[in-house]
Design a protein around this ligand. Sequence first.
Ligand SMILES: [Zn+2]
Length: 183
Amino acid sequence: MITSAPFLATGRVRVAPKQMLMQMVIDGPEFARRMNRAQGLVAITDLARIREYLTTEDGSLDCKLQGGFSEDDSGHLELRLSIAGELQLKCQRCLQAMRFPLDLEKRLRLVMSVRDWPEEDVEDEGFDAIEASREMAVGALIEDEVVLALPISPRHENCDFPTMKDTKQDASPFAVLRKLKID
Ligand SMILES: [Zn+2]
């Protein structure tokens, strides 16, 4: 069993050990052309950019990155990124946890310059254009997609603002949070 190598080679497919996905840097065009694959669990605590929207950083997301070509005959290189799991967002009304299931399947077309791909065109085609590079951080790709998937203002369908009884003694939002936790 090979445990020291950064990748386990299985024919043309290379699978990254689970703990490495956030640290992986890929040659984007090469990864796509060779139809490489990487998958693993990403700890939510590693997604620093979404931390402020969460009530807990426990848990992980199941992520897969697959290189390949566009479905049409244009031969464009693409990365397919799947992200599945669940986040606990902070409800903007009651400040309590709110389950937010994630099940993303994104097609990322590798282009020389995103300026050549107007956003409206790209959206119609069902993929996003990202700038191809020989050094692409997989962690940043994952984090970008999770950030884009978040609702602008997450709220439960039915919940109440913290009541006046909770807030009148101390107006600090942290005091409200403390009280809610004790309840
Ligand atoms: Zn709420």
